[in-house]
Write a protein that binds this ligand. Structure first.
Ligand SMILES: *Cc1c(COP(=O)(O)O)cnc(C)c1O
Length: 376
């Protein structure tokens, strides 16, 4: 039962190297390395088709996509967001010199609680930046209604949603804008990479200008843009990754099902929900440790897993609001977000990635059962 080499929470999936060489040869021949080259244009088109979205603009990474999304909508004042996310979500607000206002999440989906959003609105609020955590959908309808009533913009951090659908509709197609990340640890990766999804051609053009320093023509710069362009090498890699995405998602689903079956009888563990109408991408397998007897905590389970060479991750712990960068904020004070404060103390994300074989998954399940038998 001893696992010899460490198993980490994720491992990037890579296509066959020989196939990538063909793409590289083309780049070497045409000498177009960046600036909306042929692979970049092709990947934008293929992703629109695959994701079922009208317009996409590719980025060097997801964080630059977030920064630019806030800029593209000319957001000012305060932005309401969740503390239960990766720190890039709220850093993007700070980079735009805006005020971060944290609101609590709900226990069923780990995403922003619409009633808490509404309670956090002030005359200075101009946008909501919710996160579809682990690819679970935010309350998109309620959030849309709140935004309409108060005249707010909605930017979804959809970094975890690649390939997920809500009632058949791409989960990255909601809000005024949605952003994706193609970082190495995500379901679909281009080494580093990201994207903004939008709903009209004029907005796409605006975003394309902003990610290229603000150039609107050869000689004119109309806004303070940035350099956030995806390179041809990343785009070519993305095209190749897209060929294998269905296979990768299927393998993730198999691992997910093994975990669900193997762990369902353990009292003390809450398994991830299966929201109705959601087609998942199985990007994460979060479990929540909540009833361990004898005062054993999530962290002790986490350490015990590590002693067995299983390196889960506590996504997301600590809450963003606990980082010193955010300490000064009123909304970050202890006790203000009881649900997020509880969930962050319970979660462990277990290893899940296409190349994790089912024997290993079964071993991980046995280790967890042993930990809990021992603790109960
Ligand atoms: C990964 C991630 C990002 C940042 O994406 P990068 O491509 O790494 O810059 C933003 N938000 C969330 C929720 C993420 O998980």
């Amino acid at each position: 039962m001893k696992i010899k080499t460490p198993i980490y929470v994720t491992q990037p999936s890579l296509p066959p190297l020989e196939e990538f060489e063909d793409y590289l040869k083309q780049i070497w021949d045409n000498k177009i390395l960046t600036n909306n080259g042929p692979f970049h244009r092709e990947l934008e088109q293929k992703l629109c088709e695959y994701l079922g979205v009208p317009y996409i603009s590719l980025f060097a990474n997801g964080t630059l996509a977030l920064l630019t999304a806030l800029q593209a909508l000319d957001i000012s004042g305060e932005v309401i967001t969740t503390p239960f996310s990766f720190v890039a979500t709220s850093h993007a607000i700070l980079w735009n010199k805006l005020k971060v206002v944290f609101a609590d999440i709900e226990e069923e989906t780990y995403t922003l609680d619409p009633t808490k959003i509404e309670a956090a609105i002030t005359p200075d609020t101009s946008a909501i930046l919710p996160v579809h955590v682990y690819g679970y959908p935010c309350r998109v309808k309620e959030i849309h209604d709140i935004a309409s009533r108060h005249g707010l913009k909605v930017i979804y951090d959809a970094a975890h949603t690649f390939g997920t659908k809500l009632n058949g509709k791409s989960l990255c197609s909601f809000g005024d804008l949605s952003i994706l990340s193609f970082h190495a640890t995500k379901v679909f990766n281009t080494f580093e990479g990201g994207a903004i999804i939008c709903h009209d051609a004029a907005m796409k053009e605006h975003i394309d200008h902003l990610k290229n320093f603000g150039f609107t023509s050869e000689l004119t710069v109309e806004e303070m843009g940035i350099n956030a362009k995806m390179s041809e090498i990343q785009a070519a890699f993305g095209l190749l990754q897209l060929k294998y995405i269905e296979e990768a998602l299927e393998k993730r689903r198999e691992i997910h099902d093994l975990y669900i079956k193997g762990l369902s009888d353990i009292s003390g563990i809450t398994l991830p929900p299966e929201p109705i109408g959601l087609t998942q991408n199985y990007s994460y397998f979060p479990i929540f440790i909540n009833k361990v007897k004898d005062g054993k905590t999530r962290d002790e389970v986490y350490e015990e897993l590590k002693r067995n060479n299983i390196y889960g991750r506590r996504y997301f712990y600590p809450l963003i609001s606990k980082f010193p960068t955010y300490h000064g904020l009123e909304s970050a004070q202890p006790g203000r977000m009881p649900v997020a404060e509880k969930i962050t103390e319970e979660v462990i994300c277990l290893p899940i990635y296409p190349d994790l074989d089912s024997k290993m998954v079964n071993t991980i399940i046995r280790v967890i059962i042993k930990i809990f038998d021992y603790y109960n």
